[in-house]
Design a protein around this ligand. Structure first.
Ligand SMILES: [Cu+2]
Length: 129
């Protein structure tokens, strides 16, 4: 086996281990409902405890970046920045999408809608204590 192949396998294994640390089959300890619109996220300040499994339920109140569903991007997103790097894409107006995250990394982490945060105040902070 070549060094290149070994490197690729190691990178794949690291990705699997990394994703297992935040993705989980465990039942959620907390459910957090968030609404997103051109006015931003509500709430936009969220505090959780380290180690908790949190189910984020994100509802889009408006069409966000657009409602042309033939495009690759539309609606709003919910993106928790690294080290979490968790993305929920294309939430249509009136739709709720959810993602479960184990809060393994402490500190302050931002979340945002990469589609429209340049235009609208779609940003928030997540405090993991
Ligand atoms: Cu958005």
């Amino acid at each position: 086996m070549s060094l290149r192949n070994i490197t690729i396998i190691l990178i794949l294994l690291a990705n699997i281990l990394f994703s297992c640390s935040k993705n989980t089959d465990e039942k959620p300890d907390v459910v957090i409902n968030i609404e997103v619109s051109k006015n931003g996220y509500n709430p936009n300040h969220i505090e959780v405890k380290r180690g908790q499994v949190v189910l984020f339920r994100i509802k889009a109140l408006d069409e966000g970046i657009g409602d042309d569903y033939s495009q690759s991007v539309y609606g709003h997103c919910f993106y928790i920045l690294p080290p979490y790097d968790v993305m929920v894409q294309n939430i249509k107006k009136g739709e709720t999408k959810q993602v479960k995250v184990k809060m393994v990394y402490p500190g302050k982490v931002l979340f945002t809608c990469p589609y429209c945060s340049g235009i609208f105040p779609t940003k928030g902070e997540l405090i993991i204590k």
